[in-house]
Write a protein of this length. Structure first.
Length: 320
């Protein structure tokens, strides 16, 4: 690892989670750039943690050129296997952008908004975020093309977290995505869970439909659903469930649960007062979960010391 990138901790760091799209992108296959081998398995020795490092790969807010010294301008990533030209994501990974703290036991994701960063395909924002590897124990983790799931049962992402730092920029809301459901090689996210500050409710942004092959969709409509207000510096939880009936969204904040259910093909009332319908065509696609921080603010040298940092004490994925 590059010395200037590391945030060394005084205690042994341990880690466990997901990164982005097919590669570090929102649905981009990396099989053309990585070897077709299984890689060496990484043992998850964090028995009592609320996560499993083997299930995820990590996307960083810096380019491959900056992090590895080669590879191009797209965002660098770490994978929990020995992949050609890639640093291995392990329970000891400790970076400026991602590390583990042990008191309390949390995984921390951080993005500095005044640094020149790198984005992924289909995005203009930087991120420190995990991307799920559904079949990490049976398939080649160096490629994401076969690491996705179909809606054949119950699929759930659960997280417990707190907002440790957030930017205060005049006229700019502190928007950050903390969890996602993404279709493979689909530009339009199915679910984005968005935090926008202490005084606004957590919102889930959904798309009623999509276009395949990472294409722009001219007739797709995005809409949002409120899920209660979550204060910074206080622990709260979210859960995203997807099955053949629809999507269930839940937050648990200060002992109060907010639950919203959306069914495929049935109209739902959104925040803007209009009704939207989730297309049943979503049922034919494959998916992956994402967790971490994906700020919805463009980096700018004027944003000195403006930082997003979020600590997760739990990030779990289940497929039934």
């Amino acid at each position: 690892m590059k010395a200037f990138k590391l945030k060394w901790l005084t205690l042994t760091t341990v880690l466990v989670l997901s990164a982005c799209g097919g590669s570090s992108t929102d649905g981009q296959d990396v099989s053309d750039t990585l070897p077709n081998n299984s890689g060496n398995a990484v043992t998850d020795d964090c028995i009592d943690c609320g996560w499993n490092i083997n299930q995820w790969k990590l996307t960083l807010p810096v380019s491959q050129d900056d992090y590895y010294g080669t590879g191009g301008s797209s965002a660098a990533e770490l994978i929990p296997a020995e992949c050609s030209g890639k640093e291995t994501l392990t329970n000891d990974t400790s970076l400026e952008y991602f590390w583990r703290e042990t008191s309390p036991d949390e995984l921390h994701f951080k993005v500095n908004l005044d640094e020149v960063g790198a984005t992924t395909d289909n995005s203009s924002y930087v991120r420190s975020e995990l991307r799920e590897l559904r079949y990490f124990d049976t398939e080649n983790r160096c490629s994401s093309s076969h690491q996705n799931w179909f809606i054949t049962g119950e699929h759930q992402l659960s997280a417990r977290l707190n907002i440790a730092q957030y930017p205060s920029i005049t006229g700019v809301a502190p928007k950050v995505v903390l969890g996602q459901v993404h279709g493979y090689e689909i530009k339009q996210a199915l679910v984005k869970l968005l935090w926008e500050g202490d005084d606004k409710p957590v919102r889930v942004i959904l798309n009623d439909s999509f276009a395949q092959d990472n294409q722009t969709c001219s007739d797709c409509q995005s809409f949002s659903i409120n899920l209660g207000v979550a204060k910074a510096y206080e622990q709260w939880q979210y859960r995203i469930s997807v099955n053949k009936q629809g999507i269930e969204l839940q937050t648990s904040v200060a002992g109060v649960d907010t639950i919203k259910t959306l069914k495929w093909g049935e109209a739902v009332l959104a925040n803007d007062g209009n009704y939207y319908t989730l297309s049943k065509n979503w049922l034919n696609e494959s998916y992956y979960f994402k967790a971490g921080i994906y700020p919805q603010i463009h980096v700018d040298s004027a944003y000195s010391n403006q930082v997003f940092e979020v600590g997760f004490s739990k990030i779990t994925v289940t497929h039934q």
